[in-house]
Design a protein around this ligand. Structure first.
Ligand SMILES: Nc1ncnc2c1ncn2[C@@H]1O[C@H](COP(=O)(O)OP(=O)(O)OP(=O)(O)O)[C@@H](O)[C@H]1O
Length: 296
């Protein structure tokens, strides 16, 4: 009997290039012994809803950007399913594909769907929501979903950084109390990132934190509020040189973290809008998803 495969495609992600490869993808997956069901997403959260059927498939293949992969994984967890997931990155930045070592070349990514190895990865739980590689607040983070899609398509990964730099004069800080497995810290921060990835917003190892995707731990980076222009200059220079002064940049690892603030804090999850919250509990779901990656 043929194995069943659900191919979820976001036709709007990236530059819409997936349309040119659709036949090739279906042919390759069929030749590998799968009966392929193709599902083009029609709106936001459509991929999550479709994943209610996840248990009746042997493999799920997600094609789109980081937002699509997030929706597919969210649907898998909500359906309490463990079906392995393979990923064809066709988004703008494809941060998580970079971390997983999945090629951006579509034919090569398709081959990997059937020839790669299935490995467990950790997923972040953010209150009742989930993220695959990053939850972040503060400077730069609103950029990902405020940048219009045509502009993202035109500029690719650089779009986020440029938009962020343009916003620096209006930088806002958040007075936060942060509770994690190693203790409690308090301070004024302009940026916070809880991640499980080597690439965020198209920038590799931005804070020198190397991620182990299955150790049950997040890499946390917090940037303290600069007091003057000289501080801003130092932070940006550190950022460009990848050398960090602990006075400005705090890095730590933890399996759980609570971020509380008296102010409304605007979050992003995997580059999409994460809502405005005064308090959030984040924990790592170790080995929650089986994902297809390159063999070492
Ligand atoms: N048919 C559709 N029309 C409009 N939006 C859609 C449709 N299908 C899915 N979406 C939404 O498109 C959004 C962006 O998708 P995705 O992140 O995969 O692409 P991207 O932004 O190009 O890539 P990246 O996140 O890697 O930069 C997601 O929030 C998803 O819900």
């Amino acid at each position: 009997m043929l194995k069943r495969l659900l191919l979820i495609i976001n036709p709007t992600s990236g530059r819409g290039m997936i349309k040119d490869y659709l036949l090739l993808i279906i042919k390759e997956l069929s030749l590998a012994g799968y009966e392929v069901v193709v599902y083009p997403t029609k709106s936001k959260n459509d991929a999550t809803n479709k994943m209610k059927e996840a248990k009746s498939y042997d493999l799920i293949v997600a094609s789109g950007g980081d937002g699509t992969l997030n929706e597919v994984i969210t649907g898998l967890i909500k359906a309490n399913a463990n079906t392995p997931i393979a990923y064809i990155p066709t988004g703008t930045t494809n941060d998580f594909a970079t971390t997983l070592g999945i090629p951006k070349n579509i034919p090569r990514a398709v081959k990997l769907c059937t020839e790669g190895k299935i490995a467990p990865i950790d997923i972040g739980q953010f209150d009742e929501r989930y993220f695959t590689y990053v939850a972040a607040f503060g400077a730069f983070t609103d950029v990902a979903y405020e940048t219009p899609q045509p502009r993202k398509n035109m500029l690719g990964g650089l779009a986020y950084l440029i938009e962020g730099l343009l916003k620096l004069p209006a930088i806002q800080s958040y007075k936060c109390r942060i509770t994690y497995s190693g203790g409690v810290i308090e301070g004024d921060y302009i940026f916070g990132m809880i991640s499980n990835s080597d690439s965020v917003a198209g920038i590799k190892n931005a804070f020198g934190n190397h991620a182990d995707l299955s150790d049950g731990l997040f890499e946390v980076t917090l940037i303290r509020a600069p007091k003057n222009l000289l501080d801003i200059h130092r932070i940006l220079t550190d950022f460009l040189n990848t050398t960090y002064d602990p006075e400005y940049v705090v890095t730590l690892k933890t399996d759980r973290i609570t971020v509380e603030s008296e102010q409304d804090v605007k979050w992003t999850l995997d580059g999409e809008d994460g809502g405005v919250l005064k308090s959030v509990h984040i924990r790592s779901l170790q080995h929650r998803v089986q994902i297809c990656c390159p063999k070492l």
